[in-house]
Write a protein of this length. Sequence first.
Length: 325
Amino acid sequence: MKFLICGGAGYVGSHMVRYLVENQHEVVVYDDLSTGHREAVGDDVPFVHGDVGDAVTLWRLFATHKFDAVMHFCARSLVGESVVDPYQYYRNNVANTLMLLAAMREAGIQRLVFSSTAAVFGNPRSDTIDESHPTDPINPYGQSKLMIERVLADAYRAYGLRSVALRYFNAAGADPSGSIGESHHPETHLIPNLLRAVLGNGPGLKVFGDDYETRDGTCVRDYVHVNDLASAHLLAVEFLEENEGAFTFNLGNGEGFSVREVIAAAQRVTGRPVPHVIAGRRPGDPPTLVASSLQARQRLGWQPRIGVLDDILGSAWRWHLQPRY
Ligand SMILES: NC(=O)c1ccc[n+]([C@@H]2O[C@H](COP(=O)([O-])OP(=O)(O)OC[C@H]3O[C@@H](n4cnc5c(N)ncnc54)[C@H](O)[C@@H]3O)[C@@H](O)[C@H]2O)c1
Ligand SMILES: O=c1ccn([C@@H]2O[C@H](COP(=O)(O)OP(=O)(O)O[C@H]3O[C@H](CO)[C@@H](O)[C@H](O)[C@H]3O)[C@@H](O)[C@H]2O)c(=O)[nH]1
């Protein structure tokens, strides 16, 4: 199949591109490089520099290539920033996505996989979160993703657009080759910050809060390997060949680890201490977020392959020892 990968130079998108190429699919990457890296996309992969909100460039792209499906990874995705500057989030994550959807409609492309997030749920009301859990985002980032999920439901009813919104829990790890990995500026995610602290790069790790109602007082998250997210996207496109509708699936390993447990695992994997200090809570952090991915397993046939935390950390560590961008 031939795919347009919007945001393919970013962390998750670049792993998607690698996965599709390895599975003999044809790919074009479209990215404005606002947070992505040109080096994350192989020189042999067609790359178009552009904004998903730019109707003219999209129109040209769709006139040149015949795509079977679009995968849409583009977003602003910092929760704190979304509270301070919500317009940026609604502009990029909502308005620009609408431009993409309209251009797809004109081009007659009927299949989309969209990167959604556990942030659509807000504060969890149960230990594990399945698709029937109420959606009630507590920040503009989560709101912007939920808005698009709703637009996709309307787009199916009105235009027959088939879509899957994949709600990732905590994307983590790197391709086992060590040649691509996570590199955000600024970096806010736990695992890269922790590994940089191990290497003595940047400030030591701050643990945001140890007074939560969890087993050791620190926040619990469900870490899912980035290549397992990639496999879910391809399965989602295959699922849309057989199934009409606008679907949502949660993606996680179904097991939560506290920040302290991640630190302990990183010490095991790297064989080095993780310098850290306990700091205050970070606003907007729910105590626990753990996915039930039963639906993805049963309906998509998804089977995470790097589900053990030490293996996820090991792949991230390989990348951080020699980051290329
Ligand atoms: N990383 C996570 O833990 C996580 C969890 C849940 C959901 N998500 C979602 O997954 C997606 C990918 O996340 P990521 O961590 O890889 O982010 P990222 O910032 O690394 O990647 C996003 C990519 O999209 C590009 N981009 C952004 N706006 C664009 C625009 N208007 N036009 C063209 N390109 C644009 C960026 O340059 C970047 O390459 C996002 O939609 C994010 O909200 C990520
Ligand atoms: O330097 C750090 C960074 C994070 N944390 C903690 O580590 C946990 C994980 O944080 P982080 O890696 O920033 O991920 P989340 O805030 O859980 O958010 C990720 O996972 C969400 C879904 O679960 C997605 O919506 C977001 O896009 C994605 O960034 C949280 O308890 C943080 O408070 C620290 O203690 N110190």
